[in-house]
Design a protein. Structure first.
Length: 269
């Protein structure tokens, strides 16, 4: 699943390919935008907000618009040179094609797509918490939002984009392993929420600008994670077999020895 750093990287690829260019054609293969024609529109910038991608454009009449997309589990954008073969995904998964004189941007398997006036961006992403890779990153606000749900498991709370935007399942599992916290620990029992939040931001930032995500420091295949995707393999710290189990709607990986579950203490009188 694309996480915050993947979407950031995707936004940068689109920005390099299209920013400043006038579109020479567009093709929307989704019902709600099937008749939309962006020919003559200018791409101002491509940006990310958590896991949301925002392509900001200016229409010929000077109005500013945003093409919003969400990659969810398996969506992707690719940029090609004119005439280059589109090899990203099968053709039947194509949802958007944007053409300029110097590049072609192709979107595959998008689940959310909307074209809205620039001023309405907040309607689509205003609910998100601080963006771990954005200029608005505010760790204190992220901690405050997490702490507002003391009974929720920390595993589920980290995935809630309303608390902090950008953490996906991989980083959730890896951050909690490195912090020695069980994913089933209630938020109120996590001893250092600020440390957890800061580590999440550092891990995403370390992988920004590259497609191979690593939390171990190694980019070699099979060595990039501590627990994620390593069910039944030995923990890199203690040798215990890594466990895998569903938590909420997502699969979670953890080491039962290195990540003991903590219980919330009594509420102060």
């Amino acid at each position: 699943m694309p996480e915050g750093d993947t979407v950031w990287n995707t936004a940068r690829v689109l920005h390099r390919a299209l920013a400043g260019a006038r579109l020479t054609g567009s093709d929307f293969r989704v019902p709600q935008l099937a008749t939309t024609d962006l020919t003559g529109w200018t791409v101002r910038e491509s940006a990310s907000r958590g896991k949301h991608l925002l392509l900001r454009l200016t229409a010929p009449d000077g109005a500013d618009w945003t093409l919003h997309s969400h990659l969810r589990m398996d969506g992707a954008w690719r940029a090609y040179a004119p005439g280059e073969r589109w090899a990203g995904r099968p053709a039947h998964l194509i949802r958007v094609v944007l053409r300029s004189a110097g590049a072609v941007a192709v979107a595959y398997h998008l689940h959310e797509l909307a074209l809205v006036p620039n001023a309405e961006e907040d309607r689509l992403v205003g609910h998100l918490g601080p963006d771990l890779l954005g200029p608005d990153w505010d760790p204190a606000e992220a901690v405050r939002r997490l702490a507002g749900h003391p009974e929720e498991t920390i595993g589920e709370a980290l995935l809630d984009q309303r608390n902090l935007a950008g953490v996906g399942n991989l980083y959730k599992c890896e951050v909690l392993f490195l912090r020695g916290v069980s994913p089933w620990t209630p938020v109120g029992a996590v001893p250092d929420l600020a440390g957890t939040v800061n580590l999440a931001q550092k891990l995403l930032a370390a992988n920004r600008g590259r497609w191979t995500q690593s939390t171990t420091g190694s980019l070699h295949r099979g060595q990039t994670s501590y627990v994620y995707g390593r069910r039944a393999q030995p923990c890199r710290r203690c040798g215990t077999a890594i466990h895998k189990q569903e938590l909420g709607e997502r699969v979670t990986y953890w080491c039962p020895v290195c990540q003991p579950e903590r219980r919330a203490g009594p509420t102060p009188a």
